[in-house]
Design a protein around this ligand. Structure first.
Ligand SMILES: NC(=O)c1ccc[n+]([C@@H]2O[C@H](COP(=O)([O-])OP(=O)(O)OC[C@H]3O[C@@H](n4cnc5c(N)ncnc54)[C@H](OP(=O)(O)O)[C@@H]3O)[C@@H](O)[C@H]2O)c1
Length: 325
């Protein structure tokens, strides 16, 4: 089968198309014929062994994905496709079922076929959407869900979402709205209308206004794009306010630091827990018209290097899809 492989950490150009052996499902696995996948930040960070985040983080990244070189040659975590074959112990899925999901650090989706356990973060596709629309559902949204569930969002709670136009941000706005919170979204001028259409109660253009200087305070500040810091946001949080980061070693340390009741604090789920139930939850939201994955660009699998370069600009709006024919 055709797959995108890489054998050393490095720039987007380390990826190339190769003919590799088609995997065979184990007893509890299905073989999925991939129709669409994505290039996301997990692919990008893993491929460069998180070099951009400093030596300590890069070392930890290599412990996960391979110290000398990548243990798994094929990237790609999000997928949508059809079940081509199923192991004898599989009960939930049958040949021909349309499925979508996320293989996480198992990767393997940048290929014509991949194997995945039936208990993994995978479900039948929501009715009425295409493979291209289903593939980008589970990265930004599962990351956003993991964070937002820490913040007890409900009607009457106020949240500011910074980086509301990225994969995590566009999902975060829709999920926070679903939970009933009052949502203020921050993005650049070109994305204001999109973010409003996703359900933000108000939007702030960060190129024109600094939200930390306008005197407004929030129960929760969600940095969906890793560009803020707790210290910068502290005065914009209400008493006992929660700061939700998406990455950053410093944030991790601060989240582990003990706090007193009533303190403003950083909250990070460690380790992050994302389950099949979460994928089913997203499927339900899609079917009831409360969620959609925002797609910026689509590329054929063969153009993975170009797609990756675009993701690395950190300027994509929502998600970048790879189509596999
Ligand atoms: N996706 C993952 O698998 C994953 C997992 C864990 C952690 N993370 C971390 O989560 C963060 C977001 O990931 P993502 O995949 O959602 O990002 P993304 O989709 O690549 O974010 C792109 C968006 O960020 C906005 N942006 C860029 N620079 C900005 C700035 N200085 N201030 C405000 N917004 C800015 C851009 O919109 P505007 O033009 O509107 O500014 C663009 O729409 C990253 O720090 C990533 O490392 C990602």
């Amino acid at each position: 089968m055709k797959a995108v492989v890489y054998d050393r950490y490095g720039p987007p150009e380390v990826q190339r198309i190769e003919d590799v052996e088609r995997p065979a499902p184990r007893d509890d696995e299905v073989l999925v014929k991939i129709h669409a996948t994505t290039v996301n930040r997990l692919d990008v960070h893993t491929r460069e062994a998180n070099r951009g985040s400093g030596l300590a983080v890069s070392f930890l990244s290599r412990l996960v994905s391979g110290v000398r070189g990548p243990r798994r040659r094929i990237l790609g975590s999000e997928f949508a496709g059809e079940v081509e074959a199923a192991g004898p112990a599989v009960t939930e899925f049958a040949v021909g079922d349309r499925v979508f999901g996320n293989s996480g650090f198992g990767f393997g989706a940048h290929a014509e076929f991949m194997c995945i356990r039936e208990t993994a973060r995978m479900a039948h596709m929501p009715a009425g959407i295409s493979f291209e629309e289903a593939a980008p559902v589970t990265d930004g949204a599962l990351n956003a869900l993991t964070c937002l569930r820490q913040a007890d969002l409900h009607q009457g709670r106020t949240i500011l979402i910074y980086g509301a136009s990225g994969a995590i941000g566009t999902a975060g706005v829709q999920l926070a709205r679903h939970f009933g919170a009052d949502v203020t979204a921050v993005c650049s001028t070109k994305n204001l209308e999109l973010v409003k259409s996703l359900g933000a109660d108000r939007v702030i253009d960060y190129t024109k206004e600094d939200f930390t200087a306008n005197g407004q305070t929030y129960d929760v500040i969600f940095d969906a794009v890793g560009k803020l810091s707790f210290l910068r946001c502290r005065d914009s949080l209400k008493p006992a306010g929660i700061y939700l980061p998406t990455d950053g070693f410093g944030n991790l340390m601060r989240a582990l630091w003990p706090s007193r009741p009533g303190d403003k604090k950083v909250v990070f789920q460690i380790p992050p827990r994302q389950t099949k139930q979460d994928v089913l939850f997203l499927k339900g939201l899609i079917e009831s018209g409360q969620f959609r994955a925002v797609i910026d660009r689509r590329y054929p699998l063969e153009d993975v290097v170009e797609a990756t370069r675009y993701v690395e600009t950190e300027q994509k709006t929502g998600n970048v899809v790879l189509t596999v024919i």
